[in-house]
Design a protein around this ligand. Structure first.
Ligand code: PGA
Length: 250
């Protein structure tokens, strides 16, 4: 059985004060949704504070990005070993905002995936098509290409633990969610692609849905057989809403 993971991608939001309030709310509500695993992804500068506030709780944490390099002259970057210093469990790689706004290619993302694994931090690999790609009917080809770059570099083995997040770009931050049937279709496609390499591993891979997921639509999405949780942006900034999404997955 794959335990569901509900992950809050805070993006570039929050302040020391708002994060204290948010984490207090999440800590207080976590026990009631213990069937689901929770994790939060603050901006780098709050990582130490988040670690302090969540240590000893059941809530995990990680970052929204990492460098493909281990150390050196890479101004503004943060390396895998630094995430290890703050006991990150996860790191998001290849979010569509990184792909489109910061020009990260499939190959760069594959190397970031490898960099995370090298330091024992579990990568959450984001994939997903744009609206134009969906309308052209190439959703599966796009998602397959994005995953293949990682398979080519790292093989199928890491997917026993690594997480994939299917996030249709047209659903991110738009209020427009994929229907549960649309999401399930792509999730099943991803699992089948992994199964072609190793059926056992494919059964273990958690595949999250992301894109305007909220309490009101989470129940239907999380009931789908191949949807193993959610990567939540906007709705993860309020403890009540975030916990209500997790509740829907219990
Ligand atoms: P959203 O973002 O929930 O605000 O659509 C999801 C994501 O980008 O991970």
């Amino acid at each position: 059985m794959r335990r569901k993971l509900v992950a809050g991608n805070w993006k570039m939001n929050g302040s020391a004060e708002s994060i204290r309030g948010l984490l207090q709310g999440i800590r207080e509500g976590a026990a009631a949704v213990a069937a689901v695993e929770l994790a939060v992804f603050p901006p780098f500068v709050y990582l130490e504070s988040v670690e302090k506030q969540l240590s000893g709780t059941t809530v995990g944490w990680g970052t929204q990005n990492l460098s493909e390099h281990t150390s050196g002259a890479y101004t503004g970057e943060v390396a895998g070993p630094m995430l290890q210093d703050f006991h990150c469990k996860y790191v998001i790689v290849g979010h569509s905002e990184r792909r489109t706004l910061y020009g990260e290619t499939d190959q760069v993302i594959a190397r970031k995936f490898a960099a995370a694994r090298k330091v024992g931090v579990c990568p959450i690999l984001c994939v997903g098509e744009t609206l134009e790609e969906r309308e052209k009917g190439v959703t599966e080809a796009v998602v397959e290409r994005q995953i293949k770059a990682v398979l080519d570099l790292e093989g199928i083995g890491p997917f026993a633990e690594a997480v994939i997040a299917y996030e249709p770009v047209w659903a991110i931050g738009t209020g427009r969610t994929a229907t549960s049937a649309q999401a399930q279709e792509v999730h099943a496609f991803i699992r089948a692609k992994l199964a072609a390499f190793d059926a056992h591993v494919a059964q273990q891979t958690r595949i999250l849905y992301g894109g305007s997921m909220k309490a009101a639509n989470a129940g239907e999405l999380l009931a789908m057989p191949d949807i193993d949780g959610g990567l939540i942006g906007g709705a993860s900034l309020e403890a009540k809403e975030f916990l209500a999404i997790a509740k829907a997955g219990c």
